[in-house]
Design a protein around this ligand. Structure first.
Ligand SMILES: Nc1ncnc2c1ncn2[C@@H]1O[C@H](COP(=O)(O)OP(=O)(O)O)[C@@H](O)[C@H]1O
Ligand SMILES: CC(C)(COP(=O)(O)O)[C@@H](O)C(=O)NCCC(=O)O
Ligand SMILES: [Mn+2]
Length: 878
């Protein structure tokens, strides 16, 4: 059994330029993934670009916002969709059962990208649209897969939909289908609040906190959109709203006056300037009027602004006599506070407790948000709450986008979206500098250029200003040193939204609403710092393995460098602002690393290691099974659980374990690990679990972890034991790689091998239909008809490519098959400890892991490294 990922298709070595044609494939770098002996091997097309589907545009007074959707070409003819797709058909090529299941769950996913341009740079925007071919698709043609000859009709909103209609027709051949601006703002806000998990947040005194919105309890609310001008809209439902107020003193006023008074050349510059400001030289404060005293009777402190810019009237100075910084700050406070106050008054007028602020005036700027939050909270005496939206300025464009009825986007829910933060401006959303990056080579060169120039690469989103308003929101910004980045990284806290309609919540969660995957509290800065440190330290070794896994070529080295730079930039970004990409937990960090590897087309960094461990473990499996079979039933169950815990030591994500592997062969380490299995384990519910064993389960889901001894000498014997008692077993591996975790493809190969010498596994595999008969040594499928009644062994991918599992988003296949399961086994640190340790299930659950990190051992179970956890919980009665 040999797997490979070598070059398998002839190609001319150069990248075929990307065109928006649906049917043109970039075959450069195409490679077979998996076993070369397969009849239907999966083919990976690393250089195949997304095909763009459609665009919506919001042409505002200051900024043009684009939201566009891309969808990968239908490459089913080649047997694989994408190396990065959670539903890569690589899973199905080999597994009859999966192919059938996937046919029932067609995926219609794609990606939503967010980009903005200054309206004054309209020509850049037009160039971008042209270069991406965004003007070439017509929604009507999508179903037929044809490229429009005529030029498409695109949804457009904002005043520019009228003003620039002729120019777009002339330059791009597109016709605007105009949508009402207010309707779009509301549709965009409703869509975000219902479909994006970490969208809304509060921002008080520098502290950002995400708010979970119940989609069934969203209305009514006040939407305050601060663009050039300000609109205040009372929203009572989808499409049910009223523009109740507005003000002409908005973002345009701030930027317009600010430019005049400070001579700043761009918006971020003035925000940055305000960071170093002291407004007391410009503003008239209460203390200026009251001789330095507070006006206590009406609750105003001496430092409260009595009159913005009021001090200027009593000075003899002209503009040059004031610091630009002070002016910038005074102006920002004046505008933000005023909008916050008017918003509050409108909330009061209509009895609304929730106010969501959007529009690009906010610009994710801490000080602006703090000021508005303070105003709302101060005037409402804490009754009303100011909330902000991560996609702040894209409400209108998104609203226009969801108005494409045929895309059916309005009913999507949060579990169907996965947000990714790829490197590179056009991928990340935000300001575009220079031509868009079209392929991996361009992306790598783009990153290399930064290094040559001695400029540190920044993650897709900039450092937000960490400065806070200090007490009460009206003191000076505390931080004078941090600065807002305005380089070519995107200027937004948004990534690319991957729409995966076939993701579903895991149906066996006992408390889906209260479910939080991450166990460790990441709001503790010390905890964060520890894990950032771990991931940084592991990076050189990972890069080396990743490069070797791709043959160590010069190309692989370049990709490895780019990956390392990208991942370091993400870590730096998150260190500065942990909530930049949404609520941060350890699971997100570990997944980000895997996603980043995929972004640079590393298919499976640990493949060679996994193969070596699989071979060594398969060689001793027959003896182990014989040994187990000679034990009586009680002893056997204990030996099997011990085997699972012992095998879990093979974890290439743990620094301690990797050091350990220097000290012996795989089998020596496995034996050593087994010999240390002294009970009671640190968490030991084995006896209760054994009691429940009297009643065989109907269907068990086994969330398996690592390749090698872990799966082969640990989990397969457990699966076999369950099968022996008549329980149907569903092995649930990762859909795509993460560290040394076993994947669907590998597991099917392992089952093929194990079936050769284990009859129970062979019969169950046959009954489950995971492998075709020839692969399990059955030439005549009718020969053993008795096996049809044998309990089934199935393999179903979890939909993830991470060492952890977030049960809010799993594959539809898993969700479907889980409905009748009555036992869930979670194995390994990632799945059973970092995530889900405190999760409860509607069915019996068993969490098995060896703990391979000293700090976690101390914190979580008051133990030490290499302690074991066997946590059993009978089903939660609802
Ligand atoms: N790069 C930028 N250029 C100009 N204005 C910006 C920029 N970034 C943020 N802004 C602020 O955002 C406001 C525009 O917000 P936006 O929501 O796009 O409204 P509009 O649709 O009116 O253009 C500007 O008036 C300014 O205050
Ligand atoms: C990434 C992992 C969760 C994988 O563990 P597994 O699920 O394979 O048991 C784990 O290796 C881990 O937490 N590693 C980082 C900590 C360390 O190096 O100690
Ligand atoms: Mn693992």
């Amino acid at each position: 059994m040999e797997s490979c990922s070598g070059e398998a298709m002839s190609h001319n070595g150069s990248n075929i330029p990307h065109t928006p044609s649906r049917l043109q494939l970039d075959l450069s770098g195409a490679a077979i993934q998996g076993s070369i002996e397969d009849r239907n091997p999966a083919i990976v097309l690393p250089n195949q670009e997304d095909d763009t589907y459609h665009l919506a545009i919001d042409l505002g007074g200051s900024l043009i916002k684009l939201v566009y959707f891309s969808k990968q070409s239908d490459v089913s003819a080649l047997g694989n969709a994408s190396p990065c797709s959670p539903f890569s058909r690589s899973d199905s090529g080999k597994a009859g059962i999966l192919s059938r299941q996937q046919a029932r769950f067609p995926t219609q996913g794609g990606r939503l990208h967010f980009v903005k341009f200054e309206t004054s740079k309209l020509s850049d925007c037009i160039e971008f649209i042209k270069s991406k071919g965004l003007n070439c698709y017509d929604i009507e043609d999508i179903a037929n897969g044809i490229q429009s000859e005529e030029g498409s009709i695109i949804k457009a909103t904002g005043g520019g939909a009228f003003k620039f209609a002729d120019m777009f027709k002339e330059k791009l051949g597109v016709t605007f289908d105009k949508e009402d601006e207010m309707s779009c703002l509301v549709a965009g806000a409703n869509f975000l609040l219902k479909a994006i998990r970490d969208e809304a947040f509060t921002h008080l005194e520098g502290h950002k906190q995400f708010v979970q919105i119940d989609p069934n309890d969203l209305f009514p609310y006040l939407l305050v959109n601060i663009g050039s001008g300000v609109s205040m809209i009372k929203v009572d439902g989808d499409g049910i709203f009223q523009r109740v107020s507005g003000t002409n003193v908005g973002g345009g006023t701030f930027w317009g006056l600010g430019r005049l008074l400070t001579k700043c050349r761009n918006f971020d510059e003035i925000l940055e300037l305000s960071q170093r400001g002291d407004n007391s030289s410009v503003d008239m404060l209460v203390g200026d009027i009251y001789g330095g005293l507070d006006y206590t009777k009406i609750g105003l402190s001496a430092s409260t602004i009595a009159s913005s810019f009021g001090k200027v009237i009593s000075d003899e100075k002209d503009l040059s006599g004031y610091r630009r910084e002070d002016i910038a700050l005074s102006l920002l406070r004046m505008i933000s506070y005023n909008i916050g106050q008017i918003a509050y008054l409108n909330a009061l007028r209509y009895g609304l407790k929730r106010i969501f602020f959007g529009g690009f005036f906010i610009r994710g700027h801490a000080y602006t948000m703090d000021t508005m939050s303070f105003a709302v909270s101060f005037w409402s005496k804490g009754e009303a709450h100011a909330m902000f939206l991560r996609h702040e300025g894209f409400l209108g464009a998104l609203g226009a986008f969801v108005s494409y009825d045929k895309l059916g986007l309005t009913n999507l829910t949060s579990h169907q979206f996965v947000e990714r933060f790829p490197m590179g401006a056009p991928y990340a959303g935000g300001k575009i500098h220079g031509p868009p990056i079209r392929d991996l080579n361009e992306k790598i060169s783009w990153m290399e250029k930064f290094v040559q120039n001695g400029i540190e690469i920044t993650a897709p989103v900039p450092m937000a200003i960490t400065g806070t308003t200090g007490l009460g929101g009206f003191e000076r910004p505390l931080s004078h040193s941090s600065s807002l980045r305005s380089d070519s990284s995107a200027a937004l806290n948004v990534g690319v939204l991957h729409l995966v309609p076939s993701l579903e919540p895991f149906p066996l969660l006992a408390d889906p609403k209260g479910y939080e995957p991450n166990t460790i509290d990441f709001s503790d800065p010390e905890e964060q710092e520890y894990w950032f440190g771990i991931l940084s330290d592991q990076l050189p070794d990972l890069v080396q393995k990743a490069v070797a896994s791709e043959g160590g070529t010069d190309g692989a080295k370049r990709r490895g460098d780019a990956f390392a730079r990208a991942f370091r930039a993400h870590l730096a970004r998150l260190r500065e602002e942990p909530a930049a990409y949404g609520k941060l937990g350890l699971a997100n960090l570990l997944e980000l690393r895997e996603e980043c590897l995929r972004e640079f087309h590393f298919k499976d960094a640990y493949l060679a290691i996994k193969q070596r461990e699989n071979e060594a473990s398969l060689a001793v499996l027959p003896d182990l099974l014989l040994e187990l079979d000679n034990l009586d039933q009680d002893e056997r169950l204990l030996a099997i659980i011990e085997g699972v815990l012992a095998g879990n030591i093979f974890d290439w994500g743990s620094r301690a374990c990797v050091e350990l592997y220097q000290s012996g062969t795989i089998l020596e380490i496995y034996r050593m690990s087994r010999s240390k299995m002294q009970r009671p384990w640190r968490v030991d519910d084995f006896d209760t679990f054994k009691m429940s064993w009297d009643r065989p389960h109907f269907r068990a889901l086994l969330f398996v972890d690592n390749s090698g001894a872990d799966i082969i000498l640990g989990m397969l014997p457990l699966a076999r034991e369950l099968l022996r008692r008549g329980t149907e077993v569903v092995l649930v591996p990762n859909s795509f790689p993460a560290i040394n975790d076993v994947t669907v493809m590998e597991l099917l190969n392992l089952l093929e091998e194990a079936s050769k010498f284990c009859e129970i596994l062979r019969k169950a595999v046959k009954a489950g239909g995971c492998l075709d008969d020839k692969r399990i040594g059955e030439q005549d499928s009718a020969a053993n008809s008795s096996e049809a009644s044998f309990p089934k062994l199935l393999v179903v991918g979890n939909g993830c490519g991470s060492p952890c599992i977030d049960f809010r988003q799993v594959s539809s296949e898993l969700a479907t098959i889980a409905r009748d399961a009555d036992l869930v086994v979670l194995e390994g640190m990632g799945r059973a400890l970092h995530t889900n340790y405190t999760a409860h299930f509607k069915c019996d659950s068993l969490k098995l892991a060896m703990i391979k990190n000293q700090r976690l051992a101390e914190k979580l179970i008051g133990g030490s490294i290499y302690d074991c956890v066997c946590r059993y919980e009978p089903r939660t009665q609802l």
